[in-house]
Design a protein around this ligand. Structure first.
Ligand SMILES: Cc1c2[nH]c(c1CCC(=O)O)Cc1[nH]c(c(CCC(=O)O)c1C)Cc1[nH]c(c(CCC(=O)O)c1C)Cc1[nH]c(c(C)c1CCC(=O)O)C2
Length: 369
């Protein structure tokens, strides 16, 4: 049997994004796989600020590669932050350990918008250069580029930092829609430029993080947010790489998030993957969704949860194994390593069994069954 998916795609991860699994193999990577959970990351970052580290291509490359070397994951994710391109665009931002992004002067008026300068391609040369360094080391393992989606970026800019209820953001959104749309158009441009720089450097897929969109009512998401995320994703489509669209607590938003233009819909742990797949339909792959809070559970219990995720994901035409959100800083790297081994050992058999159990549906011509 061929080890290549139709079309000859040599990456298990990219094949799954395209809903064409290689011999049913299930790829795995982890959101925040680079970061404080790794001692080698803490060593490299010692004495260097988060945003400063993101400006140094040598450090970005080293930190991106660390989890790939350690775990043998099927994809790397570019080490940076959703706020990096905004800092380049002129927004005063700091990343405070244990808190997250903090904005010096929150954006709340038309005059504040002028502080977000449009980006030139040259502004992000350090991003493209870092991606090139990474890709040169990765071999066949693809690099995922990423950006924050307009709503999630706006929430930090308007609130001034992390928020529980997004009250100022939502008040501006519904109370001053013209200002809101102007802000989101600028943020969509910044995110699209950040993604384009990563793809120019060799990233072969992208993930758009709308981490906090789950705070919105569906009607508000569709009216105020989806068009701006769609604008980013439409520009990605022209770059020819698959896009993953992810948020936390987005069970009710999966359909409009998929419709915004993604190939893969990222799902947190609240909705089973089979249910998520049924909601979005067979034109999308799913990514997820082990609850990161379970990483500290005894291994036999956790292993059962990993296989449950694989079984549920096997009901979708494409499944990329991941956590439902980022790796927590106190996660035990050995546990993540065991999860990678288990997904690689059991994933294909679980998918195959699920496929053989389903009534035969017309397969695309040439697909080995
Ligand atoms: C919301 C968001 C942010 N940043 C990001 C998001 C979307 C993803 C998500 O929903 O988690 C995206 C992000 N941030 C980081 C990455 C790197 C790639 C990877 O996933 O390995 C990615 C993809 C590095 C980082 N981004 C951050 C760290 C920790 C920095 C440190 O070492 O102190 C890393 C490795 C900081 C950061 N930056 C942000 C937060 C909430 C935090 C955590 C604050 C904390 O708990 O200390 C904003």
């Amino acid at each position: 049997m061929s080890s290549r998916a139709p079309g000859g795609e040599s990456s298990v991860f990219l094949a799954a994004c395209r809903r064409a699994h290689h011999d049913d193999e299930v790829p795995v990577w982890f959101m925040r796989q680079a970061g404080r959970s790794l001692p080698e990351y803490r060593a490299v970052r010692a004495g260097i600020g988060m945003l400063d580290s993101c400006r140094r291509p040598d450090l970005v490359a080293e930190i991106t590669l660390q989890p790939v070397r350690r775990y043998g994951v099927d994809a790397a994710i570019f080490y940076s932050d959703i706020m990096v391109p905004l800092a380049v665009a002129g927004v005063g931002v700091d990343i405070v350990a244990g808190t997250g992004p903090v904005i010096a002067q929150p954006v709340r008026t038309a005059a504040d918008l002028e502080r977000i300068r449009p980006l030139d391609p040259d502004d992000l040369g350090f991003v493209e250069e870092a991606a090139r360094l990474i890709v040169a080391e990765l071999g066949d393992t693809p690099l995922i580029g990423f950006a924050g989606a307009p709503f999630t970026l706006a929430s930090y800019l308007v609130e001034g930092g992390p928020s529980r209820d997004y009250a100022r953001t939502k008040a501006l959104m519904v109370g001053r829609p013209e200002l809101w749309h102007d802000l989101c158009r600028r943020l969509a441009d910044v995110s699209a430029a950040f993604l384009a720089a990563q793809v120019a450097g060799g990233a072969r897929a992208v993930q758009l993080f709308d981490s906090w969109a789950g705070a919105l009512a569906v009607a508000d998401y569709v009216r105020y947010v989806q068009p701006h995320s769609a604008a980013v994703l439409h520009r990605v489509r022209r770059l020819g790489v698959p896009a993953i669209h992810f948020g936390v607590g987005t069970g009710e938003l999966l359909v409009p998030m998929a419709a915004a233009g993604a190939d893969v819909i990222g799902v947190d742990w609240r909705v089973q993957l089979a249910e998520a797949s049924a909601r979005v339909g067979p034109s999308y792959a799913v990514q997820g969704n082990l609850d990161p809070a379970l990483l500290g559970a005894p291994w036999p219990v956790l292993a059962d949860r990993v296989t449950a995720v694989l079984r549920s994901g096997a009901e979708s035409p494409g499944h990329v194994f991941n956590l439902g959100h980022g790796v927590p800083p106190d996660a035990d790297p050995d546990v993540l390593g065991r999860i990678v081994e288990l997904v690689h050992a059991e994933g294909a058999a679980i998918r195959r069994e699920a496929r053989l159990r389903r009534p035969a549906v017309a397969a695309p011509a040439g697909v080995a069954r």
